[in-house]
Design a protein around this ligand. Structure first.
Ligand SMILES: Cc1cc2nc3c(=O)[nH]c(=O)nc-3n(C[C@H](O)[C@H](O)[C@H](O)COP(=O)(O)O)c2cc1C
Length: 173
């Protein structure tokens, strides 16, 4: 059977989304798949792929601008995109890819999204603790619980989920 031409590309400031990207890449083994940080992708390459996994961390409620820039600069887009992102919040973000979606418009289908938690390692531990200390006791407990729950994410289970997500999607295509 003909192999699917797939690109997994991502922006990752502190490494969490990069881990997820690598797991998605593993899930795509058996296909003709490339893995690249977004800064290494030439916009003219996008047309060579049938499917692109496009990922980023969430920063101030949005994915990094590099994603929209890449899509805008492409001469031709692939038929299918899948978005993935990591975030420190408990709830996923509905609007993180808003600008990217607008840029893609009706040119391609966005066939799925994957999200998982990513530890907020961009904020040094000492600063996080100072922030916790400033909270009133009831809020502090909640914030501490959240911080513990986030620790080390994406963990092995998150990464396995990312891999399985990619595998099951590809099997359906
Ligand atoms: C500057 C900055 C802003 C962030 N803003 C948010 C935010 O608005 N919402 C959120 O859930 N997480 C936020 N985070 C946490 C990141 O989304 C999370 O740690 C993510 O896994 C980072 O991905 P990366 O390691 O691939 O850069 C922020 C992190 C940084 C460093």
């Amino acid at each position: 059977m003909k192999k699917l031409k797939i690109l997994v590309t991502y922006f990752s400031q502190t490494g969490n989304t990069e881990k997820v990207a690598k797991s998605i890449y593993e899930g795509c083994q058996g296909e003709d798949v490339d893995l690249k940080p977004i800064k290494e992708v030439d916009p003219s390459e996008l047309k060579n792929y049938e499917l692109i996994f496009l990922g980023s961390g969430i920063y101030a409620s949005r994915v990094n601008q590099a994603l929209a820039n890449l899509v805008s600069a492409a001469t031709e887009l692939p038929p299918k995109f899948i978005f993935f992102y990591t975030h420190a919040s408990k709830e996923p973000y509905q609007d993180g890819f808003k600008v990217v979606k607008r840029k893609i418009g009706d040119s391609s289908s966005i066939i799925a999204e994957f999200d998982c938690c990513g530890d907020n390692i961009g904020v040094p531990e000492a600063m996080r603790n100072t922030m916790l200390e400033r909270l009133p006791p009831e809020k502090r407990k909640e914030a501490e619980e959240h911080q513990n729950w986030l620790k080390g994410r994406p963990n092995e289970e998150d990464l396995l989920n990312a891999k399985k997500f990619a595998q099951s999607l590809i099997n359906k295509l």
